[in-house]
Design a protein around this ligand. Structure first.
Ligand code: COA
Length: 255
């Protein structure tokens, strides 16, 4: 369990709230374990029809905890982060994201697996894997080029700059951008609509919409392999140490 993820169930809706405000909701392995278990347990629990995921304060999540990356670089398939990403690809019940603020790294890649995504006008998305000397994960290296074409996917994945929720909507990553005070209500109202529908029809329809899950899992595994070796690379150590030391990384020494 983790004190930094709150999970509640009401009227068929499981609400997962990432709650580690002082670290911009950065995700540790304990937090990923709760996320993975919540998604997987919902599959067996007939009281849960839909899951909504959101964050507290000004962040959805700032992505993987970088201290955790440095201290525990191992990425075996039994690791909670891997269980979470597989759950995203495998779950049959609908998942809705309410992106309330910063959505960095996995904060953005997890959206590619959600069925509906609402973002606040305050949201700020980014995929800074290369900036951290890492490579894309969560099958984003497959899903983004499919959705956007090579050039726009490269803009997001190679440059790694922040992009706005409006741009995310234009790119098809986000369904709608709403005022911050309307975000949770919008997500929960939509979840309530789905929760009232015939559950088996909903699951079968989602499965038809996501008929590429074998390919997605294969790409996730290919990414994990490279990602894991990158975590212990000198380039990545420089990038993460620079973050910790609050300075820009210096990659001039590498070729
Ligand atoms: N891992 C660990 N700690 C993180 C973190 C992360 N992913 N994101 C933020 N934090 C911590 C900061 O170290 C800081 O801790 P401190 O108060 O003990 O110094 C605290 O959260 C607040 O972050 P700060 O950087 O001061 O806030 P900001 O508003 O200036 O910037 C971010 C917010 C998210 C843009 C910036 O923190 C950032 O770039 N974080 C790293 C994101 C990242 O690369 N994630 C991994 C993607 S694969």
């Amino acid at each position: 369990m983790s004190e930094f993820v709150d999970v509640t169930v009401n009227d068929g809706i499981q609400l997962i709230r990432i709650n580690r405000a002082d670290k911009k909701n950065a995700l540790t392995q304990d937090m990923y374990a709760v996320l993975a278990d919540s998604l997987n347990n919902a599959e067996e629990n007939s009281d849960i029809r839909v899951t909504v995921i959101t964050g507290v304060a000004d962040s959805f999540t700032s992505g993987n905890d970088l201290v955790d990356f440095l201290q525990n670089p191992a990425q075996g398939e039994d690791r909670p982060v891997v269980r979470f990403l597989f759950a995203l690809a495998n779950i049959k019940k609908p998942l809705i994201a309410a992106v309330n603020g910063l959505a960095v790294g996995v904060g953005t890649t997890m959206l590619l697996h959600c069925d509906l995504v609402y973002a606040s006008t305050e949201a700020k998305l980014s995929l800074p894997f290369v900036n951290l000397a890492l490579v894309p994960e969560a099958a984003s290296s497959l899903l983004l080029p499919k959705m956007l074409g090579h050039q726009r996917a490269s803009e997001l994945l190679l440059l790694g700059d922040n992009f706005s929720p409006e741009k995310a909507k234009e790119f098809g990553i986000v369904n709608d951008v709403v005022a911050p005070e309307q975000l949770e209500e919008t997500a929960l109202n939509t979840a309530a609509k789905l929760a009232a529908k015939a559950p088996e029809a909903l699951r079968l329809s989602k499965a038809l919409l996501k008929n590429d899950s074998e390919e997605v899992l294969k790409q996730m595994r290919a990414e994990f392999e490279i990602f894991s070796s990158r975590l212990t690379s000198a380039e990545a150590r420089e990038a993460m140490t620079a973050f910790m030391e609050k300075r820009a990384p210096d990659f001039k020494q590498f070729n």
